[in-house]
Design a protein. Structure first.
Length: 420
């Protein structure tokens, strides 16, 4: 038997995709994102909502006709095919799967059964990013239920799906929906999809009916959250680039001061989170050459670590002031962390941050040692979403606009276009 050689991967090769640096504040981060732009989730263009609803509708139709793959598989197949057709036509920031498509020399993976697989597309899909926004509970009310495969499409969601599925493709007036069902059943191959299929499925070209439906769900329903989104959208306007958030807050303060204060509180929370990451970045740099770890007192005396902790304490103080101004913008977990940082000295703050970054660093008595997933990180690095996927290409990929950039993007996408 021929001998083979294998090597264990370095930590940087296997740990990055599993490492998340949120300091136990993931819930707080979600709280402030929802406070600023409620119910939008990670959606930033229309087809992120259309594809899942079309998949749910196709699943229901195919199940009524006999058997059907899971709605999740159908959705991944639809968006993979849409992205692949767009990829070979022209560049788009909304296309996922570029790595898989680019390494496919023969360009021969076009069937539903192959294209829906993560190895031929991506692990972190647009569907996963949009599921929350689709639901009636905490979303835009397009489908009811919790798990995607069990969602029941609401009438407005069916209208959105049909706006996509009833488009004509190819010759003879075939609808996109009927063609997709044949593709899913392996009666036609995606390689036969032409220009009309590419345009009909494109992440860049939703129909005007799709745009109208999403606009209505965002702004025209009778709810406090829709009113908040509408006020924010009016303040954003339609500039080509996302607005400067500080200028946006100043604009909002003239017409809706409470909403302006909420965004200020979210921004202050984001600054505190970034300063936490800065402290960790300096700690990992100092710890990296010290195999057996370093004492907390020694770390606190390091010039860069001490400066980072001082900046963190200042950011925590600013956040505490902001939440005091706006009582509705309080997350108890984030508030408690800010309070402990404000009260603690440099050594205490180092202990607090190390305790909240346990994958990277760990406390062993008075020593700070390497954690299980240790690596040297960069300042303000989020250390998540490193795999190709929706979270790495959305406008708010850093999380520091609390989805304002996403709302700006979808505002541009719902504008009517003569070519649609």
């Amino acid at each position: 038997m021929a001998a083979s050689t294998w090597f264990a991967p370095k930590p940087s090769e296997w740990s990055a995709s599993r490492l998340t640096l949120d300091f136990g504040l993931r819930g707080a981060d979600q709280f402030y994102r929802e406070l600023v732009v409620p119910e939008l989730g990670r959606v930033w263009f229309v087809r992120q909502l259309t594809w899942p609803l079309a998949a749910l509708e196709l699943h229901a139709q195919m199940k009524a006709e006999g058997t059907a793959p899971k709605a999740t598989a159908i959705c991944h197949g639809i968006e993979a095919l849409a992205c692949k057709l767009e990829y070979w036509e022209h560049e788009s920031e909304r296309v996922l799967g570029t790595r898989a498509f680019g390494r496919e020399e023969a360009r021969d993976i076009w069937s539903f059964d192959k294209l829906r697989l993560r190895q031929n597309y991506v692990r972190n899909t647009h569907r996963a990013a949009a599921t929350r926004a689709v639901r009636t509970d905490g979303g835009l009310g397009l489908a009811s239920g919790q798990r995607f495969d069990l969602l029941e499409v609401e009438p407005v969601g069916r209208a959105l799906a049909n706006a996509f599925l009833t488009q004509s493709v190819g010759k003879g007036g075939t609808t996109l929906g009927s063609w997709l069902k044949r593709w899913i059943r392996d009666e036609v191959d995606g390689v036969g999809a032409g220009k009309t299929h590419q345009v009909a499925m494109s992440p860049e070209v939703p129909t005007n009916e799709e745009r109208q439906i999403i606009r209505a769900r965002l702004f025209d329903i009778a709810s406090p959250n829709a009113s908040k989104r509408k006020t924010l959208a009016a303040a954003i306007g339609l500039p080509k680039n996302p607005p400067d958030v500080d200028k946006l807050i100043a604009r909002l303060r003239k017409v809706h001061p409470v909403q302006a204060d909420e965004i200020s509180a979210a921004r202050a929370f984001g600054a505190m989170l970034d300063r936490c990451r800065d402290v960790v970045a300096h700690l990992t740099r100092v710890i990296e050459p010290a195999r057996s770890g370093l004492g907390v007192a020694q770390l606190a005396r390091d010039k860069d670590v001490a400066a980072a902790v001082a900046a963190l304490k200042s950011a925590a103080g600013m956040f505490a002031e902001r939440i005091e101004q706006t009582k509705s913008a309080v997350d108890s977990t984030a508030g408690a962390l800010a309070s402990s940082l404000i009260k603690g000295d440099t050594e205490a703050c180092v202990r607090i941050i190390v305790g909240r970054a346990s994958d990277l660093l760990a406390l062993a008595g008075s020593l700070v040692v390497r954690g299980a997933l240790f690596r040297v990180v960069s300042a303000t690095e989020a250390v998540d979403g490193v795999e190709e996927g929706a979270s790495t290409i959305e406008p708010d990929r850093t999380g520091r606009t609390f989805r304002i950039a996403n709302l700006h993007s979808i505002l541009l996408d719902i504008e009517p276009r003569e070519s649609a």
